[in-house]
Design a protein around this ligand. Sequence first.
Ligand code: NOJ
Length: 560
Amino acid sequence: MSTSASHATPNTTPAWWRDAVIYQVYLPSFADSNGDGWGDLAGVRSKLGYLRGLGVDALWLTPWYASPMVDGGYDVADFRAINPLFGDLSEAEKLIEEAHALGLRIIPDIVPNHTSDQHVWFREALAAGPGSPERDRYIFRPGRGENGELPPNNWPSRFGGSAWKCITDANGKPGEWYLHLYAPEQPDLNWRNPEVRAEFRDILRFWFDRGVDGFRIDVAHGNIKQVGLPDIMPGADEATDGSHPYRDHEGLEDLFAEWREVADEYDGDRTFVAELWLPSTRRMARHLRPGLLHTAFNFNFLRTAWEPNALRAVIDDTLETHAEVGAPPTWVLSNHDVVRHVSRFGRPPRGWGNGQRYVIEGPLDLELGQKRARAAAMLTLSLPGGCYVYQGDELGLAQVEDLPDEALRDPIWENSGRTQRGRDGCRVPLPWSDESAPFGFSPSGLGNETWLPQPASWAGSTVADQGGTANSMLNFYREALSIRGELAALGDGALSWNESPSEVLDFSRAPGFRCLVNLSKSSVPLPSKAKVLLASVQLTDGELPPEAAVWLAVKEAVVE
Ligand code: NOJ
């Protein structure tokens, strides 16, 4: 087994995660090496050169663990084994080593809120019966109603229906109910049980010992449930005082502090990035205080419409709340759970209520969406802190909106009674080359179809096509990332807003950098005496057209 010392991370700049650009690899859809139609670790290894050339600092890989794949691997059957679909442990070790040799860090996902129903613990829990220590690792309760025929409380599953499932006892009679905030195949763990806590500390060490640079923590907001499991009251989802019975509930801090201690046992600035879907950025930032987590995804930014005042407000809120706790913000536009931002920005804005993040309505203006996506990339890459790029962002991919019903794999489709189509449209396997499916995702000639079908319209937009096209989204990303890497002004730090028309975002960063994003309907003049470093569109007449961004080198350091 490799030790942490032998895996000393490649570039020992302190706190690399404060301004890293992290590329999200959605493992099933990144690159398939063996032709079975599913992405795998050898596929990722074969593309490390591409990722290094793109200019990112680290990879977040969605769950690689043994799993029946009911929820894309977020249903883990064994946290110490690699899913054979993706490879094996030695393949993971090779990936870590090769990535490190190229200066890329590796951040796997960890899924503490729940396991698969195929996990040995859950099987033991079913076999052991009510009141047993085995059941106490999960959340089993008797039902309500005269004969226990009603779920223990009113909590809904995020995937549709009740969050409770009644089991059938060995005698064929209905038994206890267990909690599953996601699919019924994803039973929630009991984080008030010391054995669960000890097991996960051990799992973290298992992977830290193998050299991983950190973890992305799935559903970090949901692990601690209120004692007594009371009903969710109206308005609780919007509450920012911790009164929700399982979202951001009291006790999370102890858990995060415990995990931080484990990370701090290791050299090389190991890091956590938390999935914390919370209505308030301040509440989120509380979890990033010293001794707790390092960073969290900025979902309030992701949820913000392409609208200048809303963007300025969320940027200010983010900077202020993160500065209060000394943590760097992150900027994220897309991931495997939301409609791709090209498709969001190419439509009028819509709400983000329960389930709304999966919904697509109205005709798409693809050209507008892609134009805004370029400007948004320049905005996020020049704001203070770290940045996430979801695989395919760099190709300007839009949501695949016409997957046939029979192709859908997201458990949301069935669990919602086929009322919500779910997230498959942002998870379609990447197009690497060639004129038709599988577009170089799988080796050609093996005949297996990709696990989700790719649209024929991707012909001409593959990595190979875009690599050879001067003004492609891919080359634009490469250039933006290269400039970001070179400029001392970008990454961690502060910004100052310049006076500008209300529909133009205009900020400076020291030394000598200025970014303008024009969200108005008319062109705005560029400041004089500034050198254009990068523009999201072709500039003419010293003006920045609507729906475009520009990075400028300015002589004076404009931030005091
Ligand atoms: C968040 C993950 O990003 C999502 O894909 C998954 O379905 C849920 N957590 C449940 O693990």
